[in-house]
Design a protein around this ligand. Structure first.
Ligand code: ATP
Ligand code: MG
Length: 563
């Protein structure tokens, strides 16, 4: 549940508004979005982006884009570029305020030296395993490092030599001198710098010591004059360290850290580490695979940026963790597409229909409504001719009682066209497979209504065989079969929860000719089938479409059938 005050504002906006009103920070509002460029952004990041950029916009402030690039081994310019593209696509702009934590390496180093000089940091000789051992647990206090009482002179000398590359990776660290008995483990003499001989995507090989997140982050915020540093709940304990560093260093500015509950979605994994594994082990094609919860994957799948923003607003802000149902996101997407996506007809599993009493050389042009939700979208012409395609499962030779669609001897409506009656079924002599249907049409029903007021029980979508365009359609479904993918069966990991049917590729689909001018990224509603989006990799001379969402929530039904 989100928490809103009586004014209808969430708790963070309430704080920001009060700060503006009381003139704190001179009434300025400066936020930042600080991604680590070690992967593509996901829907959780979208929430943080909407929050940080949204608040800046609402209160006449600004939001910085800061790449938190303090972990060179995992970071790359590919990620920097994708992050920029995704934020812009979501509709936000950082203007000239793009920064990198690596811009501040020299400054951060000076701050570290200042801490050493103050007797508040020391060079520690413990290796990673010993550090863990000495740290203690939630129940047990930690133990002081044997290096803790080094003199300031020794610490300075060793730190300078760490920077100069005299020591092997992992052999020494710079640690804050705080309190090994603190109930907050982050306060037990946390590591501030580590030795790492990795090539950095921006600073190259000029550094072999890198600052830790907790040291770099608060100082970067302070250097950039951030007023409100919004982060997710797992950093609640780190706030003590955030404040300690800024207080000990007496920085001229001390931003306020405020935590909010991170976004989690059912049927979705949301950590970059986990997403990276899906890509590297080829469970999906790429970071922007339409099944991925990445911003680029959702874009490719056809999710409108407006729908994502609206969803992020709707889920609101809370001080506690809550998991949001994936259906809420899907509903936001459907609502937006229902308003905006033009309707077209497409047949995913074509069955040929020959209208025996329709002339061979005639093509009629029928009027079809582009979007019943939006009269300004107008109408278009759809060709009708003697040979058509309908959906194979819209016909049954021997229909059960509740099947109202086409069957031998039965009359149905073709959307925007005519009533047709099935007169014959042509089958393959050997296999018995239905090859085509023979039908007749009633010319007096042009446009889809009978002058005599006669009714039919079904309306089918269709395309004209000689005018249709062939397309490949990719039917995407949820990537995981369980609402909690990270909870794996005994002895297995989340990979065991992948949905084996998350992608079905249908070739030989037939779409109406108006799609000839469709461009990558264009979105449509295929009548009766769902929303579809032209894939960005769709070649010039062929059409590839991704299913964005079905029209209604068919998932519950599928699950019930399988169980
Ligand atoms: P991940 O665990 O997926 O790698 P992260 O927090 O390590 O995420 P960062 O690049 O450090 O990724 O995150 C940038 C910003 O996005 C941070 O301010 C973080 O709090 C925020 N963020 C990340 N995941 C979520 C989420 N699920 N919900 C809300 N905000 C998030
Ligand atoms: Mg992170």
């Amino acid at each position: 549940m989100s928490e809103t005050s009586t004014s209808g504002k969430d708790f963070i906006r309430t704080i920001v508004e009060r700060d503006v009103a009381t003139g704190k920070n001179g009434g300025r509002v400066v936020t930042r979005f600080p991604p680590e460029p070690n992967g593509y952004l996901h829907i959780g990041h979208a929430k943080s982006i909407c929050l940080n950029f949204g608040i800046a916009k609402e209160y006449g402030g600004r939001c910085h884009l800061r790449f938190d690039d303090t972990n060179p081994a995992a970071e790359d310019t590919e990620y920097v570029e994708s992050i920029q593209e995704d934020i812009r696509w979501l509709g936000f702009d950082w203007g000239e305020h793009q920064y990198y934590a690596s811009d501040y390496y020299e400054l951060l180093y000076k701050y570290a030296v200042a801490l050493i000089k103050k007797g508040k940091a020391f060079v520690c000789d413990l290796d990673a395993e010993q550090l863990r051992e000495f740290r203690g647990t939630l129940k047990e206090a930690g133990r002081d490092s044997p290096s803790r009482e080094r003199t300031v002179e020794d610490n300075l000398d060793l730190f300078i030599r760490m920077r100069a590359g005299e020591f092997a990776a992992g052999t020494r660290t710079l640690r804050a001198k705080i309190d090994m008995a603190s109930p907050k483990i982050v306060m037990r003499d946390p590591v501030l710098y580590r030795i790492q001989f990795s090539h950095h995507h921006r600073t190259g090989d000029s550094w072999c010591i890198y600052p830790m997140y907790d040291f770099a982050h608060c100082l970067s915020d302070s250097i950039e004059n951030i007023t409100h540093s919004l982060c997710t709940l797992e950093f609640a304990d780190n706030k003590a360290l955030y404040d300690w560093v800024l207080q000990e260093l007496e920085t001229p500015r001390h931003p306020q850290q405020i935590e909010f509950g991170r976004l989690d979605l059912t049927y979705t994994v949301m950590s970059k580490r986990v997403l990276r594994r899906l890509v590297s082990e080829e469970h999906v094609e790429s970071w922007d695979d339409p099944r991925m919860p990445t911003v680029s994957g959702m874009r490719r799948r056809g999710f409108p940026a407006d729908a994502i923003r609206k969803f992020c607003t709707e889920v609101g802000l809370a001080r506690h963790h809550a998991t949001v149902q994936i259906e809420q996101l899907e509903t936001a997407v459907r609502d937006e597409l229902n308003r905006t996506a033009p309707r077209v007809m497409a047949v995913l599993d074509p069955l040929r229909v020959v209208i025996e009493n329709y002339p061979e050389d005639v093509t009629d042009e029928l009027d079809a409504v582009n979007n019943p939700e939006d009269p300004s979208a107008g109408t278009r012409k759809v060709p009708f001719s003697r040979e058509l395609f309908i959906e194979r499962d819209d016909f049954m030779e021997d229909p059960p009682r509740k099947f109202f669609r086409l069957a031998p001897g039965r009359e149905v409506r073709l959307r925007y066209a005519y009533f047709i009656t099935c007169t014959d079924v042509i089958k393959d002599e050997n296999t018995g497979q239905i090859l085509e249907l023979r039908c007749t049409y009633d010319p007096a029903t042009r446009g889809g209504d009978a002058a005599d007021g006669r009714k039919v029980k079904a309306t089918l979508h269709w395309v004209s065989a000689r005018d249709a365009i062939e397309a490949e359609v990719r039917l995407y479904d949820r990537l995981f079969i369980t609402p909690t993918p990270m909870k794996a069966p005994e002895g297995k990991d989340f990979i065991a929860n992948l949905n084996p049917d998350s992608l079905e590729i249908r070739s030989g689909c037939m779409v109406e000719p108006s799609l000839a001018s469709a461009a990558p990224g264009d979105r449509f509603q295929f009548e009766r089938l769902g929303y579809f989006c032209v894939d960005p990799d769709s070649p010039e001379d062929a059409l590839i479409l991704n299913r964005t969402v079905t029209l209604r929530d068919t998932w519950a039904r599928i699950q019930a059938k399988n169980s």
